[in-house]
Design a protein around this ligand. Structure first.
Ligand code: HEC
Length: 235
């Protein structure tokens, strides 16, 4: 008999744990996630292994600072930056440095892009959730980022648009198949540009669209690469 109240208590406990997890603000690159000493070590490694191909500045050859950094990494995490660098660089001999050196190089990239140093080094377990976002907390992806939106496919004159579009998110962050069919939609209308395939068969469906954003945050639409139906009706 008394198993019923016990079950109720368990549900209450797990519900409050869930709430506590979602209310903790995510860490960001503005929270001081590396040290000056670590970035200085990174600079030595950079001179040896990276400087032949990359400028540690906003301009020059294959620049790693400023617009090009934001275009590739905003709204990603420091963990993803680490994964990218350690899996692909130095180009030609990827993975040839040790993990600690890759972390030092990531610290250098953070410093060079203007994020503050802090009291603790970037360690093996401290990169994963740290988000790369602008200081003002803006979440708009920059122009030319590969992004995706979900919404309702409709015609507007001779053009195709997605109405009730979700905020553009990194295409790599694609939600699992089923989720797109039921997730809440947004309010904006996203023009689809350079559509080369016939979309008539998908009109009125709920679709996921990916492509390059035109203008910051996709202000002028999305240069479409893929349109796929996620549910026959919309919303
Ligand atoms: C032999 C030349 C070469 C070397 C050495 C090299 N890179 Fe690269 N790196 C490239 C090229 C080429 C790309 C672009 C790859 C692509 O877009 O597929 C790139 C891309 C990158 C990017 C992504 C840039 C962006 O805006 O998307 C980062 C970060 C990076 N390299 C860091 C490093 C670091 C750190 C080192 C030293 C460990 C390094 N690279 C060494 C050639 C090199």
């Amino acid at each position: 008999m008394h198993s019923i109240p016990v079950a109720g208590l368990l549900v209450a406990v797990s519900a409050s744990l869930g709430a506590a997890q979602t209310s903790a603000p995510p860490r960001t690159v503005w929270d001081g996630v590396y040290t000056e000493a670590q970035a200085a070590r990174g600079l030595m490694a950079f001179g040896q292994s990276c400087a032949g191909c990359h400028a540690l500045a906003a301009e020059g050859k294959a620049p790693l600072v400023g617009d090009s950094f934001w275009k590739s990494f905003s709204q990603k995490t420091v963990g993803e930056l680490f994964e990218y660098v350690s899996a692909n660089m130095p180009n030609g001999t990827p993975g040839s440095l040790n993990e600690a050196t890759y972390r030092d190089l990531v610290a250098l990239l953070l410093k060079s892009n203007g994020f503050p140093a802090g009291a603790a080094e970037l360690g093996p377990n401290t990169t994963a959730g740290v988000q790369i976002v602008p200081k003002d907390g803006g979440t708009a992806l920059p122009a030319n980022a590969l992004a995706r939106v979900v919404g309702c496919l409709s015609r507007s004159g001779t053009d195709w648009v997605v109405t009730r579009a979700t905020t553009p998110e990194r295409a790599e962050r694609a939600a699992e198949g089923g989720e797109d069919a039921t997730r809440p939609l947004g309010t904006r209308t996203m023009p689809l540009k350079f559509v080369v395939t016939r979309l008539d068969g998908l009109a009125g469906s709920r679709v996921a669209v990916s492509g390059l954003l035109i203008g910051d945050g996709g202000a002028d639409g999305i240069n479409v690469t893929v349109v796929s139906r996620v549910a026959p009706k919309c919303p």
